[in-house]
Design a binder for this molecule. Structure first.
Ligand SMILES: Nc1ncnc2c1ncn2[C@@H]1O[C@H](COP(=O)(O)OP(=O)(O)OP(=O)(O)O)[C@@H](O)[C@H]1O
Ligand SMILES: [Mg+2]
Length: 248
């Protein structure tokens, strides 16, 4: 099943007298449970694409379905609900709340989910479990400033997963980390993708992701120029025609 379906997505930003065409017709289907990487040069539209999937921004034209639900016609209240219940975000700069300790940071999205019906005790338990899953069980009462960059990004991952979203979106989650820490963060995301069956869509400049991703979407000037992965392999086979007979 496709958890995300985008058809002919365009996004224009007015800029003074002109218009920036950030996305110029994106067609993209993402299968549930995928680990999808979006790569492309600066300004190619990666953040814009993620923001549209996450209902942070709305497209200028086209259709977006999240879990089968068309989101382009929803009102603000229902978009807020999708952001809270269906999607988790991980940002390049972590975006943790400095005055809250690690446990409180991870509890925060659950406290916003008033309709979630969890008691305070259940919220605490769920947040503690997520923090343990990212390997920070002994840092619960630390503030973000007392953690390393890699540890902060682990907290952000725990915070994104605590609401049990169907999709986690991550905009350059390793950009502020050294390559070794970045690789650890990607392995952790991949592990959670496999164990929790959460779909991940993340942008990156880091070519190391190729070995983790189930699909690599290459984007340039607001267009998808290539898709590597199982989908692309099928496409190549079709093009190659009967030449592969020998594999039978
Ligand atoms: N709010 C905005 N107003 C005007 N133009 C914008 C706005 N946001 C993005 N753009 C433009 O849209 C295009 C795509 O931007 P986007 O941030 O999606 O690129 P990106 O691939 O994420 O780049 P980077 O790798 O630098 O983060 C760029 O030309 C950018 O200048
Ligand atoms: Mg960006």
């Amino acid at each position: 099943m496709n958890i995300i379906e985008m058809k002919s997505i365009k996004k224009d930003y007015p800029l003074g007298e002109t218009v920036v065409h950030a996305l110029r017709g994106i067609d993209l289907d993402v299968e549930e449970g995928g680990f999808i990487s979006i790569i492309g040069p600066s300004g190619s539209g990666k953040t814009t694409l993620l923001n549209i999937i996450g209902c942070i921004d709305i497209p200028s034209a086209g259709s977006v379905k999240i879990g089968g639900e068309e989101i382009t016609s929803l009102d603000d209240r229902r978009l807020t609900n999708i952001r809270l219940f269906k999607v988790g975000f991980i940002f390049q700069t972590f975006n943790l709340i400095p005055v809250l300790n690690l446990l409180e940071n991870v509890e925060f999205p659950l406290l916003l989910m008033k309709e979630g019906g969890l008691t305070k005790g259940e919220i605490r338990k769920r947040a503690q479990k997520c923090i343990e899953e990212v390997g920070l069980g002994s840092f619960m009462d630390h503030r973000p400033a007392e953690l390393s960059g890699g540890q902060r990004q682990r907290v952000a991952i725990a915070r994104a997963l605590v609401t049990k979203p169907q999709i986690v979106l991550a905009d350059e989650p390793t950009a502020n980390l050294d390559s070794e820490t970045g690789a650890t963060i990607l392995s952790l995301m991949k592990h959670l993708n496999e164990t929790e069956k959460t779909t991940f869509v993340f942008s990156t400049h880091d070519s190391d992701v190729l070995k983790y991703a189930s699909q690599v979407i290459k984007i340039r000037d607001g267009h998808i120029i290539d898709i590597d992965g199982p989908g692309a392999a099928k496409k190549m086979k079709k093009k190659a025609g009967p030449a592969k007979r020998g594999t039978r």
